[in-house]
Write a protein that binds this ligand. Structure first.
Ligand SMILES: [Zn+2]
Length: 232
């Protein structure tokens, strides 16, 4: 619902959930993640129009992410912290993929939440350093790449997203996220351009790759750091 409404400038609370085709209001029992989709067999109860498979897909992804957070941190403040980070980046992934924008409504409060929760997680100093490295680093990187390629390279949304990642994960998290994101962007981006037969000038949203990079930095950051320190 957030993914559909936020980029269209629609309110998240009003009107209540309804079918976009027939306006059939969606009762609470028709809105239970995954279960309702199975009960309704993927169709609106009002008009029978198929419900976009994107809804159960996003719900499944959200469920798996929360299970990952729980397995990593148990019931603790870090569960709240990691749950907040992973779930707020899920709409970023899909919105940037379809609309090539990253809404400020997610990353600006995200920076605040990361700094606020840092006391129980990465520590305030790491959180501030991460915010500066993520935001500042991507600002300079975007500016430099734009000058070289003579076209807009990184959006302001990517800069703010990386500031948020830094606020949650600190400077090392920023480096892992940027590295994984760039690697995925280079490999999958090229692959996607080939597959879709589009020209090299087609803008590829970078946000989805950064979101996957953040998940990897969150769940496997320590292993990656340890492996890197031991092999160098
Ligand atoms: Zn309907």
């Amino acid at each position: 619902m957030v993914i559909y409404r936020l980029p269209r400038g629609e309110s998240l609370v009003y009107p209540p959930s309804h079918c976009p085709n027939c306006d059939h209001p969606i009762a609470w029992w028709e809105n239970i993640p995954l279960i309702s989709f199975l009960i309704l067999r993927g169709r609106c109860r009002g008009c029978g129009l198929p419900i976009s498979p994107r809804y159960p897909l996003v719900e499944l992804a959200a469920g798996l992410l929360l299970i990952g957070c729980y397995l990593s941190y148990g019931v603790s403040i870090r569960l709240l912290w990691s749950g907040l980070l992973t779930l707020s980046l899920l709409p970023v992934f899909f919105i940037d993929l379809s609309h090539q924008i990253i809404p400020d409504e997610i990353d600006l409060p995200g920076i605040g939440a990361g700094l606020l929760l840092s006391h129980w997680t990465t520590g305030l100093l790491h959180s501030i350093m991460g915010t500066l490295l993520g935001g500042g680093g991507f600002l300079i990187l975007g500016f430099t790449v734009s000058r070289i390629l003579k076209k807009k390279a990184l959006g302001g949304g990517d800069v703010k997203l990386m500031a948020m990642v830094g606020a949650f994960l600190g400077p090392i998290g920023v480096l892992i996220t940027a590295f994984v994101g760039a690697l995925l962007g280079a490999v999958l981006g090229t692959f996607w351009l080939r597959l879709s037969g589009r020209g090299r000038d087609t803008p590829i949203p970078f946000g989805p790759f950064l979101v996957i990079g953040t998940y990897i930095a969150l769940f496997w950051g320590q292993e990656i750091t340890r492996w890197y320190l031991h092999s160098s």
